[in-house]
Design a protein around this ligand. Structure first.
Ligand code: SF4
Ligand code: SF4
Length: 374
């Protein structure tokens, strides 16, 4: 199983689409069920790590993903757990500003590091703060120079400020980056901000056409180089389209990927902090390989592309931060992605048939922190 470990709520940045939103006025959510939040949840990890290790020992194949806040605000715990925890794999979602502070032998134990970055320097610094882009690039280069050979995923949050085609191509083509993969997630249906967004215009004029162009560029690249670029919103669903496999929620939340809160309670997803009515147990006595499953409900139940999409986001489907109009627009982006990948399928199949690429080129670690459906 996969477990996000929430180390702390603390963060060293105040990104425009994350903490900075705490200063904006929120619209009322559209949820049918009131969400109860545990107001007493401690901001920092407050259980004995030995309790976590005993829990993980009951799982023959556990993966840990360090998460925050910013997990490297508690690099003492990251270092301790990497050295002690009985986990098969270690992963981390980080803003990478403090990545150079972690000892190289600890960094080199990670199989996957997701680095938050939004594309070009101007866009990244505009969202995340002056100097962040250069610092992150320097740290990424440094860990590669120190022997890190694992997967390094550039993970963007995309908003109306993002030209998706340019941002992805920039990260993919930039000659001095060291990333192995790219992922992106839309800032959509995540907080009560639909009324002051220009989401519909951006989706229709920029994002959806950008995705269609990007899928075409993705297959062009396969044709030209025989390489399948590791762009997660494409590679994961395309692998399923090729094999005819149907998908549950692609981030794994609530069925393969759970999150351990700072007090040891287990939630279905790392964003569902303190959402106690959805907790599935506590590390002191839960069985890690038989945790209760929390399926995505609501509108997804009757959706014709449910087995492609998987439900996009369990958190959003419960909280419904945007009303129906906004949610429809988000689902429209999933339909657009589905149609673009489906249209590219014959070209991809032909490349496999001609031996230019192989089905194995689409293989990847599942539930590695990428939400997959943006
Ligand atoms: S497209 Fe929308 S309604 Fe359909 S499964 Fe995805 S999130 Fe649910
Ligand atoms: S996509 Fe949604 S359910 Fe999945 S990890 Fe992110 S917030 Fe949680």
């Amino acid at each position: 199983m996969y477990f996000h470990i929430i180390l702390t709520d603390d963060c060293n940045l105040c990104c425009r689409y994350c903490r900075a939103k705490a200063f904006e006025e929120e619209e009322e959510a559209d949820s049918d069920v009131p969400v109860e939040i545990d107001e007493h949840l401690k901001p920092d990890l407050s259980y004995d790590p030995e309790l976590l290790y005993s829990f993980l020992r009951k799982d023959p194949d556990p993966t840990i993903t360090f998460y925050g806040g910013e997990p490297l605000m508690r690099r003492d715990l990251v270092e301790k757990m990497v050295r002690e925890a009985p986990a098969r794999r270690f992963m981390m979602q980080t803003n990478a500003v403090l990545l150079d502070k972690l000892p190289a032998d600890v960094v080199n134990r990670f199989t996957t590091i997701l680095v938050s970055l939004d594309g070009r320097k101007e866009l990244t610094d505009g969202n995340r703060g002056d100097g962040v882009f250069e610092k992150v690039m320097a740290n990424v280069k440094k860990i590669r120079a120190n022997g890190y050979t694992g997967e390094l995923i550039a993970r963007m949050t995309v908003t109306e400020r993002t030209g998706i085609f340019d941002a992805v191509r920039y990260l993919a083509d930039n000659p001095y980056h060291s990333f192995s993969s790219i992922h992106w997630q839309m800032d959509a249906n995540f907080s009560g901000d639909f009324g002051h967004r220009e989401f519909e215009k951006w989706v229709n004029d920029s994002y959806n056409p950008g995705i269609r162009a990007l899928v075409a560029a993705w297959v062009d690249e396969m044709e030209k180089t025989g390489r399948v670029p590791r762009w997660y919103p494409f590679i994961d669903p395309m692998e399923d389209l090729l094999t005819g496999r149907q998908s549950l929620l692609r981030c794994g939340s609530g069925h393969a990927n759970y999150a351990i809160m700072t007090d040891g309670h287990i939630a279905p997803c790392p964003i569902m902090i303190g959402m106690k009515q959805y907790y599935v147990g506590h590390i002191r006595d839960a069985d890690p390989i038989n945790l209760r499953k929390i399926p995505v409900g609501g509108e997804c139940g009757t959706c014709t592309i449910r087995t492609f999409c998987g439900g996009r986001c369990l958190y959003s489907s419960i909280v419904k931060p945007w009303k129906r109009e906004g949610r429809r627009l988000v689902c429209g982006t999933v339909e657009n992605l589905h149609d673009a990948l489906f249209a590219a399928l014959p070209r991809v199949r032909a490349l496999i048939r001609d031996g230019k690429i192989s089905p194995a080129d689409f293989a990847h670690e599942k539930f590695n922190g990428c939400e997959i459906i943006p």
